[in-house]
Structures are given as structure tokens and as C-alpha cells.
Design a protein around this ligand. Structure first.
Ligand code: F6P
Length: 544
């Protein structure tokens, strides 16, 4: 039986817990973050939590411990504890598709379903064969390069994990091609040896247009290099919930997963194969273990001490009560540069919705715009906006702790992260500026103009997430924390985080337009703008 969660209950705004939070907002108005630190000397400890090795400090958010208590009460009123139980029990929490979203089962270790353990065993044998040189290409060469062809959830998770964890000397080299723009795959293939390249075609559906087009292009590249039939099949393995389609394509092997694994939650399934091929199965199992540690915490910890739930509740506070339209993530680690992109799909494809599973329009704002960039580069790109634009946006700073023996760059990496969070909160006030500018010799109107331009209002919220080390275990815990954040927010907003009907329309229309570009008659009329653009595109295609 499905637990009734917030997803099915009445609108969140009708709850007394919601109104209490609105009252908190009024009480908080006029109190700056620096005031809050001054009045509560234990604030930094009270608004922080450690779980699965990660430490989340959310004391620089514009809230108080009382507000956190009220947010937790809201989560309970929306049925969060039962929703967590339902998630872990594999109940059909994906209501519109009537299936589970059981990604936690993929990383449940000894207690995972037998089918999951069987695929992990198949992956282990295959990974060992490739890495040991026993799996070879059409002319007997061992595999030196692996190319993962997939998009969305079949790309972002493994691409991020590989970038985060692979040392430069890791072999085989692992590459990723997602974009249907030939520039990505063709540029990559130009530097590879066909006889020593293995393609992993990752697609849950095995019908995604971009992935199939890239897989066909890869097959043509191999055929042009002399691979034929049997030999060619050894260069293709699939990861899919539809093995029959992979076989029809001509893949030598297919590593399965199931309809209860959502694409953007699929890293933990055989979709993680490229990570395992590049780094070995023990590293992939560590990634699963890290996620499992976060799962255990998420399932057991009370809401007030629950790291993923707190990430979610801070987000709810910022979005629904303080009115922020965006959420920025800035990892201070080059190897985590892809984190914001991964998080974008996770959060916006999951919670970019406006209708409850029962078909009612939700009465509150749902997902903010999720974006970000890597520190310190981002400081020289969009931080100006964070410091001085009228609205500002909440930031998640993600900081792997420094490695012992690092040089000045390592100190700068860490110092910049801490400094940005402090600067956003403290700002730079007029008195301090006047003093400094007067010391530089400015006075009168020139001084006032200079003060106005340099003023940073401060009071801009952020959280800092410390990671003990950039290793597989910590990464697993980090990604699982964000996954659970998304689920908690979906429960509170009353939406299904596990479907994605909105992306279907664009896919259908792209198919029709592509058919037209291939010379077939138009299936339907276009609006005047699209028709005019199409005419220009067709002219470009036919001109010399
Ligand atoms: O963007 C829509 C989507 O369905 C995602 O949810 C999914 O991760 C991606 O396309 C790729 O789908 P598939 O793995 O079936 O190729």
C-alpha cells in the first residue's frame, strides 16, 4: 500500500505550519545575519550538522533555530517520515508512472535485491576483463579508450564522478559524448584508435534520439576502420533497461537496469560502468558505500538533524518565504566543476513542475533556477552579481578540505571559499568605506559617489558543505545528499519528483522538424517565426 504523503494531501499553504513560517519571516525582517550571530553566540554550532563524513554549516542562512524547528514541523505535516519510509520500501512514489524510485536499492550492499547484486557481479567480471586486457577489439588490441555515449542522466552522473575521481594516469582513458552536435563525438574520435576503443551506449530507453544518432556515428567510424560484424560488436556494450533494443543495435553485452531507476538517479546502476572501467570496481563500490552511508543517515536521523532534509528545508525557506528565485552552487574544487550541471538536471528536471500527482495546480513556487560554477573561476564571472545586484542569491559552497602539504594554491583555494561566504554575509558598509576612501584622499561628493559604488549590502545567505576528501566515499555521500534534498522538497511542494513529462513535447517537435529537414512533408503547420527560421536553415543546408 502506498503511504499518503504530502504529495496527495491538501495545499501546503493551508497548513498552520506554513502560516507560522510566514509569521517568522515578519519577525526576522530587520535582523541582519550579523545581528543574529551577535545575539546567539552558539549559532554556528546550532545551525550545523555532520553526516556520513560531510559537514554542513548553514548558520549563514537567514534563519534561526526556531525557524528550523518550524520548517521541520512543516515537513512532518507534509508526511515526510512516511514518504521516506515509502522511498526505501520501494513503494510506487513515482505516482504518474506508478512505479518506485528505488535508487537506494542500487547501493544497499548486502541487502540489495538479488538482481542488483547480479548486475554488479557482471560488471565486475567485465571491468576486470577490460582492465586486464582480456577483452579486446576487432584486431586483438586491448582497450585503451572507453567512450560513454549517453545524455542527461546517462551522462551527467558518470561524467561528474569520473572527473572528480580519476587521476590523470588512469587507464583505460574514459571519455564522454552526449551532444548530438558532431563537434563533440567527432572531435573526440579524431584522437582515438578505432581498434582499441570501446563504446558504452548508455540509455535507459535505448531510444533517445541524440544517443542513438551518436551510437550510429560511432558504429560507422568503426566500420570505416575495417571492423566487421562480430569484431564490431565487441566494441559496443550497452547499459539499458531494454536489452532487446541493445541487442538489435548490435551490442555484444547489455548491463541491465530497471524502470524503477530514474535516469537522473541512475549513476549507482550500471550507468556507472564507465566510472568502474576507468577506476576499477573497488572505487565504484566505494562510491556506492558513501551513498549508502548518507542513505542510512537520511532514513534514521530526525528531521532537525537530517543533513539532506536540512538542505531541502533551507531551500524551501529561501524559495517560498524569502522569495529567492535561484540557488547557486559553487564547488571550490576543479574536479567538481561539473557538480552544478549534474545538480541542474537533478533538481530542475525533478522538481520543475506545477501540478500535483492528482492533477491540481500547486499553489506555491517550486524549484528555483539552479546554476553555478567552479571556484575560484566563478568569482571572476558571476560573483559581482551575488555581491551587489539588488536581489542576490543563496549559495552552496562545497569545499573539499585541503590536502596536507599543498602549496600556496591550495591555501588560496580554501581561503577564497571561506572569504566569499564571509563577504556575502558581512558586506561592506558605508562607515568602513568612508574611512578607507578618506585615507586615500577622497572627500566631498567624490567620496560619496565612491562609497555608493563600492557598497556591498551583505546579509546574503550561504551554506558551506565541507567534504573530508575528494574520494569516492565522500562523493557518493555528497550526491546522495542532494538526491534526497530533491525528494524532500518534492514532498513538501506536493509534486512527483520522478517523472519528466515536460521534456517530451520538445522531443516530438524536434523529430518532426528533423523529418522536414530530411525532405519529408511537414506533419503540421509552424508558427510564422518558426517557419521563417526553418526557411533560413533549409537555405543554409542547400547552399554550396
Ligand atoms: O531529458 C529527458 C531524459 O528522459 C532524462 O530524464 C534522461 O536522463 C535522459 O533523457 C536520457 O534518457 P535515456 O537514458 O533513456 O537515453
Amino acid at each position: 500500500m502506498t503511504h499518503e504523503t504530502g504529495n496527495g494531501a491538501s495545499a501546503p499553504v493551508s497548513l498552520p505550519e506554513w502560516r507560522r513560517l510566514e509569521a517568522h519571516r515578519e519577525t526576522l525582517a530587520g535582523h541582519s545575519l550579523t545581528d543574529l550571530f551577535a545575539t546567539d553566540t552558539a549559532r554556528a554550532e546550532r545551525l550545523a550538522v555532520t553526516a556520513a563524513g560531510l559537514h554542513l554549516d548553514f548558520s549563514k542562512q537567514r534563519l534561526t533555530p526556531e525557524i528550523v524547528g518550524s520548517l521541520a514541523a512543516l515537513a512532518r505535516a507534509r508526511g515526510l517520515p512516511a514518504a521516506i519510509t515509502a522511498l526505501f520500501a520501494g513503494e510506487p512514489v513515482n505516482r504518474s508512472e506508478n512505479r518506485a524510485a528505488w535508487h537506494v536499492a542500487l547501493r544497499a550492499g548486502e541487502t540489495a535485491p538479488q538482481a542488483v547484486r547480479d548486475v554488479l557481479a557482471e560488471m565486475t567480471a567485465f571491468v576486470d576483463a577490460v582492465r586486464g586486457g582480456e577483452w579486446h577489439g576487432f584486431n586483438g588490441d586491448p582497450v585503451t579508450d572507453v567512450v560513454n555515449i549517453g545524455i542527461g542522466g546517462s551522462d551527467l552522473g558518470p561524467r561528474l564522478a569520473h572527473a572528480a575521481l580519476a587521476p590523470p594516469a588512469a587507464r583505460p582513458r574514459v571519455h564522454f559524448a552526449a551532444n548530438v552536435d558532431p563537434a563533440e563525438l567527432d572531435d573526440l574520435l579524431a584522437g582515438l584508435d578505432p581498434a582499441a576503443t570501446l563504446f558504452v551506449v548508455a540509455s535507459k530507453s535505448f531510444t533517445t534520439a541524440e544517443t542513438m544518432a551518436n551510437a550510429r556515428a560511432a558504429r560507422a567510424w568503426l566500420a570505416a576502420a575495417g571492423a566487421a560484424c562480430e569484431g564490431l560488436a565487441r566494441h559496443f556494450v550497452a547499459v539499458s533497461a531494454h536489452p532487446e533494443r541493445a541487442e538489435a543495435f548490435g551490442c555484444a553485452r547489455c548491463f541491465g537496469f530497471w524502470d524503477w531507476v530514474g535516469g537522473r538517479f541512475s549513476l549507482w546502476s550500471a550507468v556507472g560502468l564507465p566510472v568502474a572501467l576507468g577506476l576499477g570496481m573497488p572505487v565504484f563500490r566505494e562510491l556506492l558505500a558513501g551513498a549508502r552511508a548518507m542513505d542510512d543517515h537520511f532514513r534514521e536521523a530526525p528531521v532537525e538533524d537530517n543533513l539532506p532534509a536540512l538542505l531541502a528545508l533551507v531551500g524551501i525557506w529561501n524559495r517560498n518565504f524569502l522569495g529567492y528565485s535561484g540557488q547557486v552552487t559553487v564547488p571550490y574544487a576543479q574536479r567538481l566543476a561539473l557538480l552544478p550541471e549534474w545538480q541542474q538536471q537533478l533538481e530542475m528536471e525533478s522538481n520543475g513542475k506545477a501540478v500535483t500527482p492528482a492533477g491540481h495546480v500547486v499553489s506555491v513556487a517550486t524549484v528555483p533556477q539552479v546554476w553555478g560554477g567552479v571556484g575560484t573561476n566563478a568569482q571572476h564571472a558571476f560573483f559581482q552579481m551575488l555581491h551587489q545586484a539588488p536581489e542576490g542569491l543563496p549559495v552552496d559552497f562545497v569545499l573539499p578540505l585541503p590536502v596536507a602539504g599543498g602549496d600556496e594554491r591550495e591555501r588560496q583555494r580554501v581561503a577564497n571559499c571561506l572569504a566569499q561566504a564571509e563577504a556575502l554575509m558581512r558586506g561592506r558598509g558605508d562607515d568602513e568605506l568612508r574611512h578607507a576612501l578618506a585615507a586615500d584622499g577622497l572627500d566631498g561628493e567624490a567620496l560619496e559617489v565612491a562609497v555608493a559604488q563600492r557598497r556591498c549590502p551583505g546579509d546574503r545567505p550561504s551554506s558551506t558543505l565541507l567534504i573530508p576528501a575528494l574520494d569516492a566515499r565522500s562523493l557518493g555521500a555528497l550526491l546522495a545528499a542532494y538526491e534526497h534534498k530533491v525528494y524532500v522538497q518534492g514532498v513538501i511542494w506536493g509534486i512527483n519528483s520522478f517523472d519528466q513529462w515536460g521534456v517530451e513535447l520538445g522531443k516530438t517537435l524536434a523529430g518532426r522538424i528533423e523529418a522536414e529537414l530530411a525532405g519529408k512533408p511537414a506533419a503540421a503547420e509552424h508558427d510564422a517565426s518558426t517557419a521563417a527560421l526553418l526557411a533560413r536553415v533549409k537555405a543554409a543546408m542547400t547552399s554550396g
